[in-house]
Design a binder for this molecule. Structure first.
Ligand code: ADP
Ligand code: S3P
Length: 292
């Protein structure tokens, strides 16, 4: 399926996701399943010409500790994981997967909201393939980075390619797609995304600014700033984008609010909510939507 998509995008590069799901050391069932999927991905990988992975994301455990405002987003690189949460996630995904009938899941949300991080986890547990639309755009423009596409060709050119990628993806099944933060602004993109289930990851702007300041904004041209305090500048730019886009995000069929998850879990701060917890909430909300 991936090969077909890449061919249709005139790409020969494998872009399947690296596994990011924690490997529980006390659960043979999970390890076996993920190991099998990893092997299948490697097999597929041999069917197309491998150039590079879609992201540099690691394959081992994900856990966010209750980080202070200034902790870098790299706290995600911790080796620990919560087996109980992994099992809840697995159970939920097994319940929901048949109800999806192969429909794709489109993750939408502001830059840094965790679409890629959560998307990889959801793809892994659902047995779906993961695609990052930005990576597909980069590949379709000969491997040029998003930042360079903006610089060399301008935003309109990037958006045209984004629409084309979403169009192609809309003909596929069993994919989790991390869309770019601005994909929601073009109504035509919704026509494509509504072929599947769209999920808005709603993260407060100050938490986003915190994360994006920690990882740097070089790869996100719309957040580029020459001078001033990085956090303040990033928050300012995010706020401007939010003013224009907030309404468009509400087109998503499902909303996953980090504030709501934090409240449910009794955390005072959304920074305490880890990607597994967000993935579980996404599945719960998708289930509710499917019941309607
Ligand atoms: N729940 C979370 N808590 C803290 N940091 C996170 C969380 N989810 C993602 N991140 C971090 O935020 C940054 C942006 O995440 P990413 O998944 O790339 O977002 P997007 O794809 O929406 O732009 C990354 O550095 C990632 O590690
Ligand atoms: O919000 C936006 O307009 C953009 C978000 C980026 O994707 P992420 O949301 O994955 O950072 C990328 O598509 C591009 O830099 C533009």
């Amino acid at each position: 399926m991936e090969a077909k998509l890449l061919q249709s995008l005139h790409l020969t590069t494998w872009t399947g996701s690296d596994s990011v799901f924690p490997k529980p050391n006390n659960s043979m069932g999970l390890s076996t399943r993920f190991e099998r999927k990893r092997r299948v991905n490697m097999l597929k990988c041999n069917l197309v010409q491998t150039v590079k992975p879609v992201t540099g994301r690691r394959a081992s455990g994900l856990k966010v500790s209750c980080a202070s405002q200034n902790s870098p987003a790299s706290v995600l690189e911790s080796e620990t994981f919560t087996t109980e949460e992994d099992l809840v996630l697995k159970k939920k995904s097994e319940e929901i997967e048949p109800c999806l009938s192969g429909r794709c899941i489109y993750l939408v949300g502001m830059m840094g909201s965790g679409k890629t991080t959560i998307g990889q986890i959801l793809a892994e547990v659902l047995g779906y393939s993961f695609f990052d639309s930005d990576k597909l755009i980069e590949l379709s423009v000969g491997g040029t980075t998003v930042a360079d596409i903006f610089k060399l060709h301008g935003e309109a050119f990037f958006r045209d390619n984004e629409t084309e990628v979403l169009h192609k993806l809309s003909t596929m099944h069993r994919l989790v797609i991390s869309t770019g933060g601005g994909a929601v602004v073009r109504p035509i993109n919704w026509k494509y995304m509504h072929k599947g289930i769209s999920v808005f990851i709603d993260v407060p702007l100050d938490a986003l600014a915190q994360r994006l300041t920690a990882v740097g904004t070089a790869s996100r041209p719309l957040l580029h700033h020459e001078s001033g305090d990085a956090y303040t500048q990033t928050l300012k730019k995010l706020s401007k984008l939010w003013e224009v886009r907030s309404e468009a995000y509400s087109n998503a069929q499902v909303r996953v609010s980090l504030e709501r998850i934090a409240a449910k879990l009794g955390h005072g701060d959304v920074c305490c909510v880890n990607p597994t917890q967000i993935a579980i909430e996404a599945l719960i909300q998708i289930e509710d939507y499917l019941k309607k």
